[in-house]
Design a protein around this ligand. Structure first.
Ligand code: MSP
Length: 524
């Protein structure tokens, strides 16, 4: 059911040396939700995620654990990173590892092409390197150390000492792309989103670009530079290329043509790599630049950016074991404006779980299905004459579906969920006002009762379709309980851009009991 419109979306590829934490999970579920939405809209969708396995950081961690780097990454990827996708119910189409031959060979081909085109030269280099960032640090991100690092220069992000590196390196002529990049940001104002990220990138590029060191010779855990085997390719150049190698760059022109260019969703910490270096690399190779880069904010825990180096890492399973994967997805995607920083707290998560998921959405589903079972022997009644109040619900559903789709186009998942939630709130109010339990006591009101319950059930049908990209598990349960599977087919096959239409759920569908979608949580 694809419309032919390509929608290729990526997460960053994660360093497997860190254990997955809720920050990684956040990016991944956001991308998965956008991909599921587009897939359900009939777009020719492809979602890519993966792991970034080369570099000095990985080499040191492996050495510290007494194994080879390949053994080390294999273990981490299998034990921690593949399972993360199950934990969060992610439906990725592919998973790329930068140690796979399909990637390594094509990276060599790419840098060779840049070399042939005259964009790479050899030079001397001396600068301060942060192994945590895998980056030579610009002046602005170098600070004086404190405590045990007193007297040393440390990285502003990792608060760890920087290393002075002096090497012969190969350089990419990034400085030549300043004008073309500025032109790109101008002609395609949505290339970098949100606005704050765009402004940051534009002023960074305006202030001037230096050529980029793209090889290292002090260690060998990386992809060999094809014309000089004493060097390996800088890990960021290697990593960025995953987006192209995974969809057939250099091997499968038809696939590459079909998928490329991609949308990249990244944390704002790695925005410049994606919005400056990566498009310049593509321009140098004569390839299309990405369709866009969306930078989301940081998750803060206790006011600090959450990362393992600051010891505040929370594993996604700590949340999903208690609340389930749908609640994880819903919470992070609805509670934080996509593009801004957001604070995580257990109190906020619990409160929203109870109020919005259990009492709001879950209860609406359970009681509607229970009333159809009780008053209509489990058969969805046909609506009779609609009142203005009923028609108001129909309009809310139609408007919510349109607003949500427009919000998703802008990558604003939080706004899409807020729009969809107007249906939950309106239906709960509608049931309270119409008091079906009172109508049920009066035989003369039987037809009216049928219209009210059809309205509630049809509203739930729309909710199941619209929320399925966000909460695939609970919406599938609701879909089955509404008896919709039989007459309408699988939930994920429902065209999402038509979800706001009315009268889709067939009267006569047979409902089945719905166990609580969001059961009460016993908190320690
Ligand atoms: N390997 C590089 C990316 C290469 S992409 C070609 C890397 N990896 S990482 O494991 O450090 O993951 C970075 C990404 O994880 C961030 O860009 C962001 O998407 C996510 N997050 C990591 N910590 C986060 C928070 N505290 N908050 C939100 N997202 C976080 O950088």
């Amino acid at each position: 059911m694809t419309s032919g419109r390509s929608f290729y979306i990526t997460t960053p590829i994660y360093y497997p040396s860190d254990l997955p934490h809720i920050g990684h999970g956040y990016t991944t579920v956001a991308v998965d939700t956008l991909a599921r939405w587009h897939r359900q809209a009939g777009d020719d969708t492809w979602m890519l995620t993966g792991t970034d396995e080369h570099g000095q950081k990985m080499l040191r961690a492996a050495a510290a654990n007494g194994v080879t780097p390949q053994e080390w990454v294999d273990k981490l990827v299998t034990e921690s990173w593949f399972p993360l996708l199950e934990t969060l119910d992610v439906a990725n189409d592919d998973f790329i590892r930068t140690t796979q031959p399909r990637h390594e060979e094509r990276v060599q081909q790419f840098v060779e092409a840049l070399h042939d085109r005259g964009y790479i030269y050899a030079g001397e280099y001396e600068a301060l390197y942060c192994v945590g960032c895998e980056e030579f640090k610009p002046e602005a991100e170098i600070v004086d150390g404190t405590g045990p690092f007193e007297g040393l220069k440390v990285c502003a992000i990792h608060s760890k000492p920087l290393e002075l590196l002096q090497e012969k390196n190969y350089f990419f002529k990034l400085s030549e792309f300043q004008d073309r990049l500025l032109e790109l940001y101008k002609t395609e104002p949505d290339f970098v989103r949100p606005e704050s990220a765009r402004n940051e990138v534009v002023s960074f590029v305006r202030s001037g670009l230096k050529d980029l060191s793209i090889s290292r010779s002090a260690f060998d855990w990386g992809i060999t530079v094809p014309w000089d085997p004493s060097h390996v390719i800088y890990v960021w150049v290697d990593a960025l290329l995953n987006y192209a190698t995974a969809v057939g760059y250099g091997t499968d022109p038809a696939e590459f043509e079909r998928r490329w260019p991609a949308f990249h969703v990244v944390g704002k910490d790695i925005l410049r790599f994606h919005a400056v270096i990566w498009p310049a690399m593509l321009m140098a190779a004569g390839l299309d630049v990405p369709r866009g880069v969306f930078a989301h904010g940081w998750l803060l825990v206790g006011g600090e950016k959450m990362s393992k180096s600051k010891l505040t890492g929370i594993a996604p399973t700590e949340i999903t074991d208690v609340f389930g994967s749908d609640a994880y997805r819903y919470y992070f995607l609805s509670a934080i404006a996509f593009g801004q920083d957001g604070s995580f707290s257990w109190e906020d998560l619990s409160a929203r779980y109870q109020a919005e998921l259990a009492n709001g959405f879950g209860n609406l589903g359970s009681r509607t299905v229970a009333m159809i079972a009780k008053y209509f022997d489990g058969v969805v009644p046909a609506p009779a004459a609609y009142t203005d109040g009923d028609r108001a619900i129909q309009k809310i559903v139609a408007d919510a579906a349109t607003t949500a789709d427009q919000a998703i186009e802008r990558f604003r998942i939080d706004e899409a969920i807020a729009a969809i939630w107007t249906i939950v709130d309106a239906l709960n109010g509608y049931i309270t006002e119409n008091e079906p339990w009172a109508l049920a006591k009066d035989e003369a009101q039987h037809e009216r009762l049928g219209t009210v319950l059809y309205t509630a059930a049809e509203g739930l049908r729309a909710l199941a379709v619209l929320l399925s990209p966000v909460m695939p598990g609970s919406t599938a349960k609701l879909w089955a309980a509404l008896g919709a599977e039989e007459s309408l087919g699988a939930l994920v096959a429902q065209p999402i851009r038509a979800a706001g239409g009315w009268g889709v759920l067939r009267p006569g569908s047979v409902v089945t009991a719905l166990s609580p979608l969001f059961p009460r949580v016993e908190q320690a």
